[in-house]
Ligand binder design. Structure first.
Ligand SMILES: [Zn+2]
Length: 73
């Protein structure tokens, strides 16, 4: 049986190697050494999300997945 691919494997927490700007608001700065959420909607095009915005972003994705999963049955 083929191994199931994880299509969300780009979702991860990272420690910023340099200063970043939060993708939700350009007013949110992520400083070097700070933990933040990251994902790649397009491989190689990383989006950085500050820890203040990360819970809402992850919840939205969870809700979307739950909705999709509920439509299977
Ligand atoms: Zn933010």
């Amino acid at each position: 049986m083929a191994t199931t691919r994880n299509i969300l494997s780009s979702f991860r927490y990272e420690v910023a190697k340099a200063a970043r700007t939060c993708d939700v608001s350009s007013k949110h700065k992520i400083v070097a050494g700070e933990k933040h959420f990251a994902y790649e909607p397009v491989p190689g095009q990383r989006k950085n999300i500050c820890m203040a915005c990360a819970p809402a972003i992850i919840k939205k994705a969870q809700d979307h997945l739950a909705k999709i999963a509920s439509e299977l049955s």
